[in-house]
Design a protein around this ligand. Structure first.
Ligand code: PMP
Length: 397
């Protein structure tokens, strides 16, 4: 007899990507598949020092139960960190979450009733699709290009579907790598006000730019658009720059939403690890973040350039892509030029046989998938491995 699981589980399935990850253990595989930062980038010394300080200076807080909203010294540091990025927020204007993934779950829990429409980008972060569907969301996919979501299409979809909220990854999206232009960011704010609709800005990659800083976050720009600030929920994360293992993220949102999210978080994990929070707070307080950011930007920037050049050399006009200006990902499309395959799933299988892995793009679409798309991460392989891996991709194609 099968166990009587909740009906909501029928809305989701184990991701196709997880199946692919099982193959990655094969010896000699070069993986462009993961969404991980490079472990070699972790500032282990800095984190050790911060953890030590947390234990010597504030063990009573760092090892004790804490407030659901977050550990105050961290909330203060995060408010200052956001301040350095043009966002004025008081420490109690944000809550700490267990990774930004938990913020997405709390948004699902607090906002989504079964059948509710939610607009997401096509493509978007797979775990968001799964998470919102678990709450019964009826996802509507808005098309994107190299400048992020097409705001004319977004407006049409907002007018037609009257969504509960709109979920965007405006800066170096996962999987798209795309960066929403300043003009479109302003348009998104205007749409939020015009349709009185919450916009979720998921921003784990915004600090990972290679050369020029991206346009200010939608949250930061909201100060110039009357009435818009109360319609933005912004999710941040320590994962991509500092360490995903710390599981420290945060959400800045209207007070009413933060209160409801906090209530739900209380029943879920009571609070994010106080030890991790105290460590993150000490890390920020020690002023190590700027140097860490400079280091990861440089390393990932070099890898992105190497991958772009290798892709052009090895795959030529059989694929098209926009060179990412930050983040961890290339998003590419098989063109079919020279009679080559346009099916990224088939290409992925052939690539595994050649000893290189990546993820086909189809699972990242909540709507009609574009099966010619795929995602390559340049974060975890060094330049030599990137060149070898892309050469294998050339052979596979
Ligand atoms: N949002 C996006 C767009 C992501 O790519 C990720 C991580 N892959 C997350 C949220 C979750 O990250 P974390 O929970 O580690 O902060």
């Amino acid at each position: 007899m099968p166990l009587p699981f909740a009906d909501r589980l029928n809305n989701v399935e184990t991701s196709a990507i997880r199946e692919l990850f099982k193959l990655l253990g094969k010896p000699g595989i070069i993986s462009f598949a993961g969404g991980f930062p490079d472990s070699a980038m972790f500032d282990v010394e800095g984190i050790k020092e911060a953890a030590n300080k947390a234990l010597t200076e504030e063990a009573g807080g760092a090892l004790q139960y804490g407030a659901t909203e977050g550990y105050n010294p961290l909330r203060e540091q995060l408010a200052a960190f956001m301040g350095s990025k043009g966002v004025t927020v008081a420490p109690d204007g944000l809550i700490v979450t267990t990774g930004s993934q938990q913020a997405l779950d709390l948004l699902g829990k607090t906002m989504i009733d079964p059948g509710d429409k939610v607009i997401v980008e096509g493509p978007t972060f797979l775990a968001t699709i799964q998470c919102f569907r678990l709450y019964g969301a009826d996802l509507v996919s808005a098309p994107i290009d190299a400048n992020g979501v097409d705001t004319d299409e977004l407006e049409k979809l907002m007018a037609e579907h009257k969504p509960k909220f709109v979920y965007l990854i405006p800066t170096f999206g996962n999987p798209s790598g795309a960066m929403l232009s300043l003009e479109r960011r302003k348009k998104v704010l205007a749409l939020a006000v015009k349709y009185n609709t919450l916009v979720v800005e998921d921003d784990p990659y915004g600090d990972l730019y290679f050369n020029e800083a991206p346009p200010p976050s939608i949250l930061s720009l909201s100060k110039d658009v009357p009435g818009s600030r109360e319609l933005i929920a912004h999710c941040g994360s320590m994962s991509k720059v500092l360490s995903p293992g710390l599981r420290v993220g945060w959400m800045i949102a209207p007070a009413e939403l933060l209160a409801k999210a906090t209530m739900c978080k209380q029943f879920s994990d009571a609070h994010t690890s106080t030890f991790a929070q105290a460590t993150a707070a000490q890390y920020l307080k020690a002023g190590r973040m700027p140097a860490t950011l400079a280091k990861v930007r440089k390393a990932y920037g070099e890898r992105a350039l190497a991958m772009g050049a290798a892709l052009k050399r090895e795959l030529g006009d059989a694929i098209e892509f926009t060179q990412p200006q930050g983040g961890l990902f290339f998003w590419a499309r098989l063109t079919g030029a020279g009679g080559k395959t346009k099916d990224a799933g088939e290409f992925a299988k052939r690539a595994i046989n050649q000893g290189v892995a990546f993820v086909p793009g189809a699972p990242f679409f909540a709507g009609e998938p574009d099966v010619s798309t795929f995602r390559l991460s340049f974060a975890t392989a060094d330049v030599g491995k990137i060149e070898e891996g892309v050469a294998r991709l050339g052979k596979a194609l």
